[in-house]
Design a protein around this ligand. Structure first.
Ligand code: FPP
Length: 230
């Protein structure tokens, strides 16, 4: 195993709105360009040999955005899945959702469920889309499931807790990248990122290109060489 390469990359894709505003264009165009960046990055991750990629596509706090923007984001997601799921199936990329799908618009939910079914068993890579996701509510959900099962205090171990998270069965992210200049986690994978290397770049998400990911991976490799076992 190549320890200079992360097994799992988590991405906070920030800056779509600013990208559009800088061009005097509606925010929707920034999200559309953001979806193109998703395609590029996922393709590059697979080619590089990264086995798990998690994208923060819609946080539980994002419901506070204007209705039209929310509608646009989910219609983009539907378009994206319609185009990409057949390719994912072909390339062995399994689609997975982190978050509460029950509250998603019906069409988006149906497209996601279809995509998950069609790509199940994809052994090359797992693509997690965090949708209606919030780390604190994920942890509260895990706590509720212990109670519902009548767990005793000694049953509540780190491992059993991890098994109740949306990422159950997957390695923790070892590298978290946030674009768009902000340096915070915004309620993303708080439990799973306990040991993740953090990388913040001012590059806006739609501008995040192959060379930007390559540069980030070089930083990761250097850090893990410095702190890893000899
Ligand atoms: C942050 O930009 C981005 C989002 C809230 C959503 C991310 C969505 C996409 C990349 C497009 C669709 C996704 C998929 C998986 C097809 P922002 O609007 O917060 O930007 P700002 O900080 O500049 O306002």
């Amino acid at each position: 195993m190549d320890h200079t390469l992360p097994a799992h990359i988590a991405l906070i894709m920030d800056g779509n709105g600013r990208w559009a505003e800088a061009r005097g264009r509606p925010r929707a165009e920034g999200h559309r360009a953001g979806a193109e960046a998703v395609r590029r990055v996922v393709t590059q991750c697979r080619a590089t040999g990264i086995r798990h990629v998690t994208l923060y596509a819609f946080s539980s706090e994002n419901w506070g955005r204007p209705k039209a923007e929310i509608r646009h984001l989910f219609s983009l997601l539907g378009e994206f899945l319609g185009r990409e799921v057949p390719l994912m199936e072909e390339k062995g990329i399994a689609l997975n959702v982190l978050g509460d799908m029950a509250a998603l618009p019906l069409a988006a939910r149906a497209a996601l469920e279809r995509g998950i079914r069609r790509t199940a068993g994809g052994g090359d890579m797992t693509l997690n889309l965090a949708l209606n996701y919030g780390a604190r509510s994920e942890l509260a959900r895990a706590a509720r499931s212990f109670i519902l099962e009548g767990a005793r205090p000694e049953d509540v171990t780190e491992q059993r807790l991890a098994e109740r998270l949306y990422t159950a069965g997957q390695p923790d992210p070892d590298f978290l990248i946030r674009t768009g200049g902000e340096q915070r986690l915004s309620n993303f994978l708080l439990y799973q990122c306990a040991y993740a290397e953090l990388y913040f770049t001012p590059v806006l998400w739609p501008d995040f290109r192959e060379e930007d990911l390559r540069a980030a991976l070089e930083v990761y490799a250097a850090r893990s060489r410095r702190f890893g076992k000899i």
